[in-house]
Design a protein around this ligand. Structure first.
Ligand SMILES: Cc1ncc(COP(=O)(O)O)c(C=O)c1O
Length: 365
């Protein structure tokens, strides 16, 4: 099996703990444990550190179900982060020779995993225009074939921060239905909307739908490693079987803390919105006052793409920025998208301001 290198993840892990200013993060600033509960001892002290129920405790799945009204506990499988959820969905669904359609740019996990399982990946690219990053549904319809096993997308989208609305989700489901393909909707940024209501979920529109999500981004809890899949009961039972082979179960403490987090979901979303709005305003002012850059404001999620003029490769720019100026951003090349840099807007204001100032200085000469 050939596993393509996951450049986006490796670039961040190599540098994020050494660099002076880290603007590569995609989620909202992580919470400290004491921010989640002021009774750490009372909550964690009595927790027995055995294996939790391997598909997630009923108490946790019950809370996850509230995010998808009408959903039963047997339709939910708790995983170690949404990345494990994506992995087991791909592992379960994809056979060598399958085709998958991926809306890009996107987090590169599903495409890379599918390739390693012997599938051909057909990207359909979002297009940047005056009304934001748009999905051409006709292009999706033209790209699917009888061999299309699944249509994958992230909504809200990493890295553009765009959203797919209810009407377009329905159309994507109709397109998937033409060849009984699956929908794999990664909704890990749902809950990090800069304005407006929660991003529409793909759940509940079409029987062959798997929704992946978790607490790493909007809820600021990547260290818990809590994600989940929502899907039809029989498929979730099969995914649970896959999960028996990957990591068995999530951490017992994480399961308990995830329950606490979901009890505070409204407050955590409000926290995310405050941080994101403040930082986005900062980025917008910077783009406005700095020659050679443009930005389509994100609607949701912890990142934004900043487009730049000129033909220098984004990897080269990112390397210079890192080595000479101590700032870590993600080059568009890691999304197969040249001419853009991805900047996190979920973190602390001061490093963002300083990082942007250094970016302007670095490339003004
Ligand atoms: C769209 C998307 N899905 C999944 C993940 C992985 O997240 P987790 O920490 O929940 O495994 C990421 C991380 O950046 C992401 O952007």
């Amino acid at each position: 099996m050939q596993v393509p290198s996951f450049d986006l993840e490796r670039w961040q892990s190599l540098h994020e703990h050494q660099v002076e200013i880290n603007l590569s993060e995609s989620g909202v600033k992580p919470l400290r444990l004491e921010e989640l509960t002021d009774a750490i001892g009372d909550v964690l002290g009595p927790t027995e550190l055995g294996y939790a129920q391997t598909n997630g405790t009923a108490a946790l799945r019950d809370r996850i179900a509230t995010l998808y009204p009408g959903t039963g506990l047997a339709e939910i499988l708790v995983t170690n982060g949404s990345s494990e959820a994506n992995f087991i969905c791909a592992w379960h669904l994809i056979e060598p020779g399958d085709e998958i359609v991926v809306v890009q740019p996107n987090y590169m996990q599903v495409a890379g995993t599918a390739r390693s399982f012997g599938a051909t990946v057909h990207p359909v690219w979002l297009e940047e225009g005056p009304d934001g990053w748009q999905l051409d549904l006709d292009a999706v319809a033209e790209t699917v074939s009888p061999r299309t096993r699944l249509i994958a997308f992230s909504n809200p989208n990493n890295p553009t921060g765009s959203q797919i609305d209810a009407a377009n989700l329905d159309r994507l489901c109709d397109i998937a239905a033409t060849h009984s393909s699956w929908i794999l909707a990664d909704e890990v940024y749902r809950g990090a909307e800069l304005s407006g209501p929660l991003t529409e979920t793909a759940w509940g529109r079409y029987d062959r739908t798997l929704v992946v999500s978790g607490l790493s981004k909007a809820y600021g809890l990547p260290g818990l490693r809590v994600g989940w899949v929502v899907g039809p009961t029989d498929t979730v039972a099969e995914l649970w079987g896959c999960r028996d082979y990957t990591s068995i179960v999530s951490g017992t403490l994480s399961d308990r803390l995830a329950q606490l987090a979901l009890d505070q979901r409204e407050q955590l979303r409000a926290r995310a919105r405050r941080i994101l709005l403040d930082n986005q305003a900062r980025v917008a002012r910077w783009v406005e006052s700095t020659d050679g850059y443009h930005q389509t404001p994100p609607r949701a999620g912890g990142v934004t793409l900043i487009g730049y003029a000129g033909s220098v490769g984004s990897a080269e720019l990112a390397e210079t920025l890192l080595i000479e100026h101590g700032v870590l951003i993600v080059p568009g090349s890691q999304f197969d998208l040249e001419g853009y840099l991805r900047v996190g807007i979920g973190g602390t204001a001061a490093p963002l301001a300083e990082g942007l100032a250094r970016l302007a200085l670095a490339f003004s000469q």
